[in-house]
Design a protein around this ligand. Structure first.
Ligand code: GLU
Length: 485
């Protein structure tokens, strides 16, 4: 059998992590079996679908490296096909026109509610006579198309993740609408027509679709089509054990990307959301996961989203990058933060900065805060740094530092510190602390000697020493920052 799977996102929102994880499982399954992976955009819901969401979904999948073999295929381009199948089902009397008004349907629901019954359509227009239909039409009613669901039917399938599944026809809410009055086909119908036409062998999707699968199997039967295998993946849960949703903050792949997660880290992490390789390893690339992947090892239980684990995996992938690669990943974040530099001309400097901050990065976004120290002529002096500059010896230390030629390498920088210690008759710690306060505007941060060299290359060290001296002399920051002319 040729394996053909698909991801069929609706462009009614950005690429959600749940959809991305489902795409990933489909992709791994296709690659494992040498099959095909299709991208289908389910955009029949014209009111809620937006081109920017389609764009976000496509970019997100590409960024994750989940390349598709066929598509994107847009449902809106297949309208004629859905109409054709609807006509066929109508002709076979497997579907029919249903004329209730919205008010009538609401009254039906309210009556059921009053009797504590589950809401369902009561199938009352199943067998209308031509005369009844003509009368409804004369009243100006626009019919929807409903598909007959036999209440007595038991629907069964063997789910490749969840095992034996059974569903009662009577639990499916009555005859279901498959096309609206304006002709727009609805999900449960269009998805089957597509999956049949595209010869999908395995439908791998979230377990929130279980009830839909029961309905869809009935449509496959009506179309006399081969029913694919189904595999329903567990949901991704928040820390309270509920389905991860927008309310949990970050949920879309573009959010994760903007937060500074790397694509290989996210795919590695998402693969572990509901699946584990036979030997239990936690770090692997997409390519390494392909030969190991199987649906048998996908859990039934939901998987809790674990930020600590994602961060740990992301740090790992950050460490895998060469300084050049890491630098080019960081540049867009720095540009976004408004830092001024020339990505090409300043390349050696940016790379040196990258190497300095790399060990402290968990996400690329952390690079924004860490680089802030180096990106402007003067730092923001925090109260701790200002306090460090207050003792009278600070002035002497700063003056001595300024009198010496700035360092070109670490040895020279250390030498300057040493000379200052001797000249001022102070401890080395005092020089280092004053120097840190002066150069960085903060008492904590990356390696001081390296930082000095980096600042010196941009000629920010002398202005900072001068600014610190003024602070040490008790002048306010306003007198340090030159007013713009
Ligand atoms: N458009 C549906 C969704 O995004 C597709 C579900 C399916 O895979 O059938 O949930």
């Amino acid at each position: 059998m040729t394996v053909r799977v698909r991801i069929a996102p609706s462009p009614t929102g950005n690429l959600h992590i749940g959809t991305a994880r489902t795409a990933l499982f489909n992709w791994l399954f296709a690659r494992h079996h040498g099959g095909e992976f299709i991208l289908r955009i389910e955009d029949t819901d014209q009111e809620r679908s937006r081109p920017e969401f389609t764009e976000n979904i496509i970019t997100g999948l590409q960024w994750l490296g989940l390349n598709w073999d066929i598509g994107p295929i847009w449902q809106t381009q297949r309208r004629h096909r859905y109409q054709e199948v609807i006509q066929q089902l109508l002709a076979q009397k497997l579907a029919y026109r249903s004329y209730e008004t919205e008010a009538e349907l609401q009254a039906m629901r309210q009556a059921q509610e009053a009797q504590k019954q589950a809401p369902r359509y009561n199938n009352q227009h199943r067998d209308l006579t031509p005369a009844q239909e003509a009368e409804f039409l004369a009243q100006g009613r626009q019919p929807v198309i409903r598909f007959r669901i036999d209440d007595q039917r038991e629907i069964r399938w063997h789910d490749l993740i969840r095992g034996e599944m059974r569903w009662q026809g009577s639990d499916l809410g009555g005859d279901m609408v498959i096309a609206r009055a304006d002709g727009q086909p609805l999900y449960n119908f269009a998805v089957v027509v597509d999956d049949v036409d595209m010869q999908i062998s395995h439908v791998i999707r979230g377990e929130d679709h279980l009830a839909n699968t029961a309905k869809q199997i009935l449509i496959y039967e009506a179309l006399n089509a081969l029913i694919p295998y189904f595999a329903h993946t567990p949901l991704i849960l928040n820390s309270e054990g509920r389905k991860l949703s927008k309310r949990d903050g970050v949920t879309s792949i573009s959010d994760f990307r903007n937060m500074g997660y790397l694509a290989p880290a996210l795919t590695n992490y998402m693969t572990l959301l509901g699946w584990s390789p036979p030997a239990g390893e936690e770090l692997f690339t997409l390519a390494e996961a392909i030969p190991l992947f199987s649906l048998e090892r996908v859990n039934k239980a939901g998987s809790k989203f674990d930020w600590d684990k994602l961060n740990w995996i992301n740090s790992h992938y950050i460490r895998q990058l060469s300084p050049e690669q890491l630098c080019s990943e960081l540049i867009p974040f720095w540009q976004q933060a408004g830092y001024l530099f020339d990505p090409e001309a300043d390349q050696p400097w940016l790379q040196q900065l990258t190497e300095l901050i790399a060990p402290s990065l968990v996400t690329l976004k952390d690079g924004v805060e860490l680089a802030r120290f180096y990106m402007s002529e003067l730092p923001d002096y925090d109260p701790e740094a200002i306090a460090q500059l207050q003792p009278p010896e600070s002035q002497a230390i700063l003056t001595a530092l300024m009198d010496q030629t700035s360092p070109g390498d670490v040895d020279t920088a250390k030498q300057i510190v040493q000379t200052t210690v001797q000249q001022c008759g102070v401890k080395k710690g005092a020089v280092m602390k004053t120097l840190r306060a002066a150069l960085m505007g903060a008492m904590h941060g990356p390696d001081l000697m390296q930082s000095w060299l980096i600042l010196h290359q941009r000629q920010y060290d002398q202005p900072r020493l001068q600014a610190a001296l003024r602070l040490a002399q008790g002048r306010s920051m306003e007198s340090i920052v030159q007013p713009e002319s």
